[in-house]
Design a binder for this molecule. Structure first.
Ligand code: C5P
Length: 231
């Protein structure tokens, strides 16, 4: 896999017009884009189709969470968009529904969200979850593997434990990435691109350090170079 395909740029922007400008500004360093809630209701689905037509890959970060049958029907509809990655929550029925909905679609990969990178042990405790964060991530990764999902979204801090347990059976997609010196924003568990790759991440998700940079193309290229230079 080439380094450009390992960087997923989060299009967390208020309008599709701004997203288009950003995609154009980034140019060839941007090969894989993530579309989430912010754009989904206001043209993000059309943008996903446009990106596919341009030969770019798309990550549809919709984080589905519902009864299995509803997830199954939703994922069947998502297949018509022609995306590459789709997120769902890491619960057995949700994952089973998503894998069934994807059926034999050759392109769409189902990713399970393990524990959001904006959460830490203290925020989990406040939500009533006492389990150790790494144990919880591994448990949810196990649900993903058992259901036949393709990968997980997890912090780099848990990537090596996931790689050790599941090897290549699960792709690891890692947000919470900050190039050296960049602001953490609301992320609580951040690591550098090189550290995430070295920990076993297959893809890195990076938003604000690229889309809010003065020179998004340069910010993206630097991360691509850092990925390419990591073993
Ligand atoms: O701007 P930043 O690099 O923090 O953006 C990270 C992106 O990854 C956001 O779109 C966020 O929703 C997403 N994400 C995350 N943690 C997860 C799953 C997705 O930060 N566990």
């Amino acid at each position: 896999m080439n380094a450009e395909d390992r960087l997923i740029i989060a299009l967390d922007l208020p309008t599709v017009a701004q997203a288009r400008q950003t995609i154009q500004a980034i140019g060839p360093a941007g090969a894989f884009y993530k579309i989430g809630y912010q754009l989904m209701p206001i043209g993000g689905l059309e943008l996903a189709k446009e990106l596919s037509a341009m030969g770019k890959k798309t990550f549809l970060d919709f984080k589905f969470h519902d009864i299995g049958a509803t997830v199954e029907r939703g994922v069947k509809s998502v297949c018509q968009l022609g995306g590459d990655f789709l997120t769902v929550h890491a619960e057995p029925d949700v994952l089973k529904g998503a894998v069934e909905g994807r059926g034999d679609d050759p392109r769409l990969k189902i990713l399970a969200v393990t524990v959001l990178t904006s959460l830490n042990q203290e925020s989990l405790k406040k939500a009533g979850i006492e389990m150790d964060i790494e144990a919880l991530v591994l448990k949810r990764a196990e649900f993903a593997a058992e259901a036949g999902a393709d990968g997980v979204v997890a912090s780099a801090k848990e990537a090596s434990a996931i790689k050790a347990r599941f090897g290549d059976a699960l792709k690891i997609v890692t947000p919470g990435i900050r190039p050296p010196g960049a602001a953490a924003n609301d992320q609580k568990r951040v690591v550098t691109p090189a550290d995430a790759i070295n920990a076993g991440a297959d893809h890195l998700v990076v938003g604000r350090p690229i889309i809010a940079a003065d020179d998004p193309a340069n910010a993206a290229s630097q991360i691509v170079q850092e990925i390419a230079g990591s073993p």
